[in-house]
Design a protein around this ligand. Structure first.
Ligand SMILES: [Fe+2]
Ligand SMILES: [Fe+2]
Length: 407
């Protein structure tokens, strides 16, 4: 017999689903800078965003079912389930990570939603059906997207047997934990922090040549009005796009306490940057270039992702580097237009539209979260100025940018 779910049963389950979606988002965010495979890195950027929207949609239904208090919004299914997530998060190579996420966790989530859909009181609970159907479809898409990458990585790494053992072990852990619905278990109280050790640079695949001498790095001096200049600038930009997927992921995983809307913005930016990496690489290749054709630099990474205050990271990278980048992109658009390179012009206009929003995320969240804390505001805004003194142009005036945004 398949009895339908009551309001209260629904509510408990939605809180568990929302918890799991947020955990998956944070795990991908934390992994992005240490995963080698570029296709997986880009996929994480896109799926961090999608999982944030899944959690957001579920979170909108919860108060409608009278779950107004915060405790309904995130319920760990069981301690065993949380420990399973921790074990998955600790996996330290690409193929084991992808297998855990896409062959175990995401299919379990999709199956829980599909079962839930069978148990709905309809049409009374059509609003829940509307959300779960959409979320289940996207989770199935994520799992299907990963399969060819997993197959390729198994061959490359020659870890076929280890992968099978790992998958079997995780499926058994999942079953014993009561799964995404925490069946037969009390809600969990255990939690773990997804911290990363001090990071000097993000991981790149073997094609890249990352320079250890940022002071000798002059790629940004090229001009977009020659074919060589385009290749140099697009190649340098491609690396920056990857860096930004990775640093957004770290804000999501390092600071679970930031406001929900800020997480949605960071996840959105991770998606934008993942798309930018795809777009920029495609244009680079259309123009005869390829990944790794020039040395590149990850200068700025170390100074960003090791800051303990997320607003210092936004002051440095969103408000300073990305604001600089907007100026460059405007210059590239003008040069592409002058040369009749309509393809580059069109693509860069789309990039610029996104970048302007990224600068505003920085401005908005620094303004909002330091409104009543002038000391923090001073420290946050002083950070890029001190760091870049004499080494790099600092192009942002906080008060001016805020006024532009508000007018
Ligand atoms: Fe970008
Ligand atoms: Fe950006």
């Amino acid at each position: 017999m398949n009895s339908t779910l009551t309001v209260r049963q629904n509510l408990d389950l939605l809180g568990k689903y929302r918890y799991t979606e947020i955990q998956m988002m944070e795990i991908m965010g934390n992994w992005a800078h240490t995963i080698t495979d570029p296709e997986a890195k880009i996929g994480f950027g896109r799926q961090m965003f999608q999982d944030s929207r899944h959690a957001d949609l579920l979170g909108k239904r919860i108060p409608e079912l009278k779950g107004r208090s915060q405790k309904f919004h995130s319920i760990a299914p069981s301690d065993e389930f949380v420990r399973l997530l921790e074990k998955i998060w600790e996996a330290n190579n690409d193929v084991l990570r992808l297998v855990a996420l896409y062959r175990v966790l995401k299919p379990a989530v999709a199956a829980a939603y599909e079962r839930h859909l069978q148990q709905l009181e309809l049409p009374a609970d059509e609003p829940t059906a509307y959300i779960l159907q959409h979320v289940a479809d996207e989770e199935r898409d994520h799992a299907a997207w990963a399969e060819p990458i997993i197959a390729r990585l198994i061959v490359q790494s020659q870890r076929g047997e280890e992968v099978l053992r790992w998958e079997k072990e995780l499926q058994s852990d999942l079953k014993n934990s009561g799964g995404v619905r925490g069946e037969g278990k009390m809600p969990g109280t255990y939690s773990f922090k997804k911290t990363h050790p001090y990071s000097t640079r993000p991981v790149r695949d073997l094609r890249w040549n990352v320079s250890d001498h940022p002071e000798q790095f002059t790629e940004k001096n090229w001009s977009f009005d020659s074919s060589d200049g385009k290749l140099h600038l697009l190649h340098d930009l491609l690396n920056s796009e990857f860096i930004t997927v990775e640093r957004m992921g770290l804000i999501l995983s390092d600071f679970p306490e930031i406001p929900w809307q800020m997480k949605l913005d960071m996840a959105r930016q991770a998606w934008d940057e993942a798309r930018h990496a795809e777009i920029v690489q495609r244009r680079l290749e259309e123009l005869g270039g390829h990944v790794g054709m020039f040395p590149t630099s990850c200068w700025g990474w170390e100074q960003d992702v090791n800051r303990p205050d997320p607003l210092e990271r936004l002051a440095l990278s969103n408000m300073t580097f990305e604001s600089e980048s907007c100026k460059h992109l405007r210059d590239w658009i003008a040069k592409a237009k002058a040369q009749g390179d309509a393809r580059s012009q069109q693509l860069i206009e789309f990039l610029l539209a996104d970048e302007v929003n990224h600068v505003l995320y920085g401005v908005h969240w620094i303004d909002e979260l330091t409104k009543d804390d002038p000391e923090r505001r001073r420290r946050v805004l002083a950070y890029p100025e001190e760091l870049l003194k004499g080494t790099h142009p600092v192009g942002v005036n906080f008060e001016e940018t805020i006024n532009v945004q508000k007018n």
